[in-house]
Design a protein around this ligand. Sequence first.
Ligand code: CP
Length: 327
Amino acid sequence: MATMTWTRRHILSLEDFTTTEYEAVLQTAASFREVISRRTKKVPALQGQVVANMFFEPSTRTRSSFELAAKRLSADILNFSPGTSSLTKGETILDTAKTYLAMGANIMTIRHRQAGVPQAIADEMDRLKSGVSILNAGDGVHQHPSQALLDLFTLTNLLDKDNPRLELLSGKKMAIVGDILHSRVARSNIYSLTAAGAQVHLAAPPTLLPRLFLDLVSRDNLYLHWELQPALENADFVMTLRLQKERMSNNFIPSLREYHLHYGITRDRLKVCHPNVKVLHPGPVNRGVEITSDLMDDPNLSLIGDQVTSGVAVRMALLYLIGSSKD
Ligand code: CP
């Protein structure tokens, strides 16, 4: 388990995450990966603490893995569903959070389609001097820190299972392809991967990767391409992103077929990558649009299943680091 003293109360963004914090998450997740490979997968680390999963937007992976992670740490769980909650009667999000606070929640995981909602709840919890921690589980197009941390763990774990650490990614080339404009996953991954010293190459049509993106997310070792080939050449890893139709207010692409023709990841297109290239996708996937079905299901090329598996150990690590610092 990581030996550093964890001081961060909320995890809202990776923009200001330190190298020490990344390493602590990787080491702690490695310990929990070992724990959950045992017959008895539970530890009493968060016994008596209450984790409230407040998902105002749909989720399968993030919500379920935060729930499983909290259960494996022996926390008590409150699961919130907006459709059957008092939100439908006009209760505000902040009043909903304060209701969970009054029930004794110690940690709240928040997903919302609007950027900034986890920050607003964190500010309110701090104003009330509640001591509650907020974990951003994905807010609009802003950030998805736990996804980028599980991606980091998946990659470093692949390179050294016994000691996943940042330096393993130094100099590696990662191509991130697809709907970057609407992707909180891309924004968080840009921070974590460049912090590890990786070269990050973004590729998308200009409508989904405007030049001003560099003003929003400016980092060394970050490159923009409006064609796929230069991003894929010699890439060690290719992360393909879902076309987020629910966040698109305009016609950003001529058609899904056209998009696949120019930017879809196929077995043939990977031939210009490093011979050991691996493909990632945060999910959910539009099969046959951003990636072909056969590639997605190929265990020699696809890390998509590993990403989901890593999600439990990484979210255990985040809950543990934040929860145990409360003691
Ligand atoms: N990757 C991700 O956030 O997936 P879910 O929307 O299913 O949680």
